[in-house]
Write a protein that binds this ligand. Structure first.
Ligand code: ATP
Length: 334
């Protein structure tokens, strides 16, 4: 982009400003703004119904723009949707493969839809089947593929046209742990080859392992954004879990310590977020509680995880099934 004769290098491949979306009265997307830089893996992490799919569907032109401004690869989504479509690939949450086509036919067909010349198409099919390790299944009908193979084929299809950005809606939903890890490897490979990736997930480990940046989404809003380590470090250096004879009394004592960043209730105990090495702080904590007449029943020390980050910002636990459990979050901590 040129401004006043000066060349500005555009690093942001996705820019979303004040995006809103209503399904009748339901506000599915509530004033969301974010930027994705070229070459990043950027994740939307949130529970079912948070608004992740709605955002991805708007960005990929499957839902109309209602309010806000979006540019992708320099194209305005409202005025140049076909330019946006040419710049992106999509991997949907639900499998969308034709059961009566072979693996090769699926990719060939997709290339034809986008008017790729035959030689280029064939070379790309070979390259992608090798990337997702499906060469041996080239002539197999998709109905005979396992769930993981189908997802790999969908990823290959999404990459057929060499998109600048690959959108992936819950790329590993419903897959077994081993297959999920293999999909992560493909995602990293694709990203290393220069494709920017925007993905949605409700799996904490997936967001943590894969992403350069994560936005935590809840009730249609972004409630925190950062690199995985930044989000985790913001909770403190260590997390100490305690079950005591008087959890409320323990919270009151520990909240007064300079080295304690915050205390949160759990169903049977409390979580203490600390600013220093927990192994060194534990003896002091035990002494303070003993002096206050409080008995410690269970102690556990760990580094903050993405689950802790999620609970911290949303006040709820998110399980892999997407169901949530409410816990009480004390104010403060940051
Ligand atoms: N077609 C629709 N009609 C009406 N409401 C919808 C529709 N699609 C989504 N919603 C509502 O919009 C909100 C956001 O849903 P969305 O599917 O974007 O969430 P999500 O975070 O992607 O969750 P999931 O992973 O379960 O799809 C929810 O309240 C949902 O019930």
């Amino acid at each position: 982009m040129e401004q006043n004769g000066v060349l500005i290098l555009e690093d942001n491949i996705i820019e979303v400003n004040n995006l809103e979306y209503f399904f009748d009265e339901i506000k599915a997307v509530d004033d969301i703004s974010f930027k994705v830089r070229k070459g990043e893996i950027f994740s939307f992490l949130g529970p079912n119904g948070a608004g992740k799919s709605t955002v991805i569907n708007i960005l990929t032109t499957l839902l109309p723009m209602q309010k806000g401004r979006v540019t992708i690869a320099g194209h305005d989504l409202r005025t140049e949707p076909e330019k946006v479509r040419e710049s992106i690939g999509i991997v949907f949450q639900e499998l969308t493969l034709d059961r009566d086509m072979t693996v090769q036919e699926i990719l060939e067909y997709h290339g034809r839809l986008y008017s790729m010349p035959k030689t280029q198409r064939q070379a790309r099919v070979d390259e992608l089947l090798s990337l997702v390790e499906l060469e041996a299944k080239r002539n197999v009908l998709t109905r005979h593929l396992s769930g993981g193979m189908k997802r790999r084929l969908e990823i290959a299809r999404g990459l057929m046209t060499r998109p600048k950005v690959l959108f992936m809606d819950e790329p590993t939903i419903g897959l077994d742990p081993q297959t999920r890890i293999r999909i992560w490897e493909y995602v990293r490979d694709i990203n290393r080859q220069g494709t920017t990736i925007f993905l949605t997930t409700h799996y904490m480990d997936e967001a943590d392992q894969l992403s350069d940046y994560i936005s935590i989404v809840d009730h249609g809003q972004i409630i925190a954004t950062g690199k995985p380590w930044e989000l985790k470090n913001a909770l403190g250096q260590d997390i100490i879990y305690l079950e005591t004879s008087d959890n409320q009394g323990a919270s009151n004592i520990l909240e007064g310590l300079d080295t304690v960043r915050g205390v949160r209730d759990k169903s049977k105990g409390i979580i203490v977020m600390v600013n220093v090495d927990g192994t060194h702080l534990l003896p002091e904590i035990m002494e303070k509680l003993q002096k206050g007449g409080i008995k410690i029943r269970v102690v556990n020390l760990k580094k903050p995880s993405m689950d802790d980050v999620f609970v911290h910002y949303t006040g709820r636990e998110l399980r892999d099934t997407g169901t949530e459990k409410t816990v009480v979050v004390k104010p403060g901590g940051r």
